[in-house]
Ligand binder design. Structure first.
Ligand SMILES: Cc1cc2nc3c(=O)[nH]c(=O)nc-3n(C[C@H](O)[C@H](O)[C@H](O)COP(=O)(O)OP(=O)(O)OC[C@H]3O[C@@H](n4cnc5c(N)ncnc54)[C@H](O)[C@@H]3O)c2cc1C
Length: 412
């Protein structure tokens, strides 16, 4: 039996970040993951600016090591393609200079990125990492939780749990009582390809909001060595109601759509085509209780518009670690005290999640979307706002205000 103050279930981006933050605060923790790293995770592999920002705050040396990680592609912007097929290139930073500017966005296969974080855990003196152990049982007692694997051969006693075991967390469902609701949940699939042509020279990520896919989209994200992550996601209620077979829809689109057929003519799929769930932060939920906090996908906080969950997992992981430090200091692990965690998460991520939920609704209207894209091609102000959608919430806010469209019309 291992005894610790804080036990973290899951060493993905959320759990690893919580552990790194605790380590830098001088607090010991035990991290348990069912996988042995390096391990794959179905994802688009897009790392937004939040990732480097979060790591920089925890320890600038980690951010610096990520900047020099070989296995990632630096991405300088986004290409949006509207239902009417207008393409609009939006750099993350206006007038960027690849030589002198530090890149903000990256694309990195999760097998490499998550292993990068786990390597950071391994060099952190206060972190004890246990790989290849699936936690199956959670028993709460007066002094804390006992967690164990199915046969009880591995047991940890902890004053506090940080639950970071992803979208299929049984703790989230059974203890925290958060259920999957199809209108606030998306299904996503992805495969790796080699030899896709027509990629942007500065490795812009591509989001294709094609008519038959709305309210979902198809993405092509460039990776090092001429590879690409190609995938699609869609709201689960749309998948259910329209009886969509996402895998078939993606492969049919790549084969039959004239633009993609040309770009994928000599491309080769280098992986299987796999799917996974995206628990969206479209509504507020209770993320903590007596002696526990939910982090990352286990907390249902993926951005409903961009599908970005890694940055939010990192942010929530760091917030959970700071809350754990406060609880340990006060020796108070009650739900009432733990609620400060929910407040912090929603103070930091709430405005952005609410806006993204509104924007996601907007995408349901292809004609408005087409019009926006047409305007965007002519109007730098709009391009700047859209580019900032991934990085700056205050500007994103403008997109949901009628006055913004009115001004655009006047400026036409
Ligand atoms: C198709 C798709 C595309 C996506 N694209 C992007 C993108 O481009 N950019 C982006 O930012 N986000 C993207 N996301 C979202 C992103 O993948 C998640 O938000 C992110 O992985 C959340 O990190 P996490 O640490 O919370 O969970 P995870 O990454 O899922 O990590 C959970 C960890 O817990 C472990 N675990 C699970 N159960 C147990 C158990 N019982 N015991 C012990 N360990 C356990 C797992 O092995 C895993 O290591 C995408 C998601 C999907 C499905």
């Amino acid at each position: 039996m291992i005894t610790t103050s804080v036990c973290i279930i899951g060493a993905g981006p959320g759990g690893a970040t919580a552990a790194l933050q605790l380590d830098r605060l001088g607090i010991s923790c035990v991290v348990v993951d069912k996988a042995v790293f390096p391990r794959d995770k179905v994802c688009g592999d897009g790392l937004s600016g939040k990732v480097i920002t979060a790591l920089q705050r925890i320890d600038p040396a980690i951010a610096e090591r990520l900047r020099t990680l070989q296995e990632k592609e630096n991405s300088w912007g986004v290409t949006f393609v509207s239902p009417g097929r207008q393409a609009m290139d939006v750099p993350y930073r206006p007038n960027y200079n690849k030589q002198s500017d530090a890149p903000i966005g990256f694309v990195c296969k999760r097998i490499h990125f998550d292993n990068f974080l786990v390597d950071e855990l391994k060099r952190s003196p206060h972190v004890s990492l246990h790989e290849g152990v699936a936690i199956d049982r959670y028993t709460s007692g007066p002094d804390g939780y006992v967690v164990s694997n199915a046969d009880g051969s591995f047991q940890v006693t902890a004053k506090l749990l940080i639950i970071a075991n992803g979208a299929h967390s049984s703790f989230t469902k059974d203890v925290a009582g958060i259920r999957m609701e199809p209108r606030y949940y998306a299904a996503g699939i992805r495969a790796y390809y080699k030899g896709v042509t027509g990629m942007h020279a500065d490795s812009f990520i591509e989001l294709h909001f094609l008519k038959g896919l709305l309210p979902g989209y198809l993405w092509i994200f460039p990776l090092p060595n001429g590879e690409a992550n190609v995938g699609m996601d869609m709201l689960s209620d749309a998948v259910r109601d329209r009886k969509v077979n996402l895998k078939k829809l993606l492969t049919d689109t790549l084969r039959e759509d004239p633009v993609f057929a040309e770009r994928f003519r000599n491309a080769e799929m280098t992986s299987s085509l796999d799917g996974y769930g995206l628990p969206l932060g479209s509504k507020k939920r209770t993320l903590s209780g007596d002696r526990y906090m939910l982090v990352g996908d286990a907390a249902f906080i993926i951005d409903p518009f961009t599908g970005e969950g890694i940055g939010n997992a990192l942010y929530s992981g760091a917030i959970a670690a700071k809350q754990a430090a406060a609880c340990l200091e006060q020796n108070d692990f009650s739900a009432a005290t733990m609620a400060a965690y929910d407040e912090s998460v929603y103070r930091v991520l709430g405005p952005e999640l609410r806006l993204s939920h509104k924007l996601q609704q907007l995408v349901k209207y292809p004609r408005l979307f087409n019009w926006l894209m047409k305007m965007g091609m002519k109007n730098k102000q709009l391009r700047d706002v859209i580019s900032s959608m991934f990085y700056e919430v205050d500007l994103r806010k403008k997109l949901t205000k009628p006055s913004f469209y009115f001004k655009l019309l006047l400026n036409r």
